[in-house]
Design a protein around this ligand. Structure first.
Ligand SMILES: Cc1cc2nc3c(=O)[nH]c(=O)nc-3n(C[C@H](O)[C@H](O)[C@H](O)COP(=O)(O)OP(=O)(O)OC[C@H]3O[C@@H](n4cnc5c(N)ncnc54)[C@H](O)[C@@H]3O)c2cc1C
Length: 320
């Protein structure tokens, strides 16, 4: 089994910031594990601008923001990068098991920082009735298909949820020549940033329907239409308000969930928001979107740097 002072899991903006900050705080034996073949996490698919306004005081795209940390990381050879390394287990003795192509490895660490990001809620989690045709995507998956794979997954789109990702994807589909037929929001307001409402919806004159819910998806092979209804302030359907929209694609954009199964499986608890980045097991920290869902990467970066400093202090305390 390999031994390391610090292992960081996940090389999105949070993991990279945490590893660099631990290095700056004196840790020299760091392993950074990332399941994908690239550094940068979800920022690689976020080609829109809006990143770094707080942290760099500049307006950057996602890949530009990530690129700054990637450059810094590559100048620090003491931080050992291991790509295509999928962590599948964490235990209370601070042993991590991970898969690399063709092999399984274990590493024991003095301290661990989990920076595994988050994932999107699925159709099943928001209870939409109807059939299960093709053409139903999470917004992030559609973003990956368009921005990374170069595939336009649909032409007539209904978006469920008006958070930032839904709004950004409404603009993205429009720019690619698709028609956004409606953005449906069950609440009476959006949870997205004002700048996204203006730049992604108002500037393109897209229909954003508040106090509406999606009732049912229709279609056999492919999505054909959806039914929608108005809701009251308790989200109950208003009688006789049902109507239909023809579409071939439904995007589900109803929120993100921190990806914390490894921590939960090890029976480690994440502490409250007052106890930033801490868990119930001393020496195991969690940061970025796996700690809590940050709207802005800038805030995720700052808290992850804090996690790096805390891990360095913990390692120092063991050596004292
Ligand atoms: C569509 C979208 C639009 C956004 N727009 C903006 C914006 O305009 N401005 C802004 O400031 N922020 C925006 N954000 C938010 C920002 O992208 C996030 O705050 C930030 O990416 C969180 O960083 P993270 O490192 O915690 O997570 P991630 O970027 O998700 O990185 C997590 C990393 O961990 C890896 N990983 C996960 N599990 C494992 C495992 N078991 N083993 C090994 N590796 C693992 C993943 O592969 C990934 O690389 C947007 C997010 C999305 C999804």
């Amino acid at each position: 089994m390999i031994k390391r002072d610090l292992v960081v899991v996940g090389a999105g903006p949070a993991g990279m910031a945490a590893a660099i900050s631990a290095y700056k705080a004196g840790v020299r034996d760091i392993l950074l594990l990332e399941r994908e073949q690239f550094l940068g996490g979800v920022l690689n698919q976020c080609i829109h601008t809006g990143f770094g306004i707080e942290y760099f005081k500049e307006v950057l795209t996602g890949p530009e923001y990530a690129g700054r940390f990637i450059k810094e990381l590559k100048n620090l050879p003491e931080i050992n990068l291991s790509l295509r390394s999928f962590v599948i287990k964490l235990n209370c003795d601070k042993v991590l098991t991970f898969l690399k192509p063709g092999q399984m490895e274990q590493v024991k660490a003095k301290a661990i920082i989990m920076a595994t990001g988050c994932r999107e809620k699925t159709r099943e989690m928001v209870h939409i009735a109807g059939s299960r045709p093709s053409g139903i995507f999470s917004a992030g998956l559609a973003q990956k298909l368009i921005n990374i794979e170069g595939v336009l997954p649909g032409r007539e789109v209904v978006i469920v949820g008006s958070g930032d990702i839904g709004l950004i994807m409404a603009r993205r589909f429009t720019l690619e020549g698709a028609q956004v037929k409606a953005i449906i929001e069950i609440k009476d307001r959006t949870s997205g940033l004002l700048r996204n409402v203006i730049q992604c919806v108002k500037d393109y004159d897209l229909p954003l329907l508040f106090n509406h819910k999606i009732k049912r998806i229709y279609g056999n092979q492919r999505v054909k239409k959806v039914s929608l209804a108005k809701v009251d302030k308790n989200y109950n359907e208003i009688k006789d308000s049902e109507f239909f929209i023809d579409c071939d694609t439904v995007l589900i954009s109803t929120g993100l969930i921190p990806e914390n199964e490894l921590i939960e499986m090890a029976d480690i608890k994440i502490k409250s928001e007052d106890d930033l980045n801490k868990t119930s097991l001393p020496g195991v920290f969690v940061c970025g979107n796996s700690y809590k869902v940050y709207d802005l990467v800038d805030s995720a970066t700052k808290d992850s740097q804090e996690a790096g400093t805390m891990a360095a202090e913990y390692i120092r305390s063991l050596n004292a």
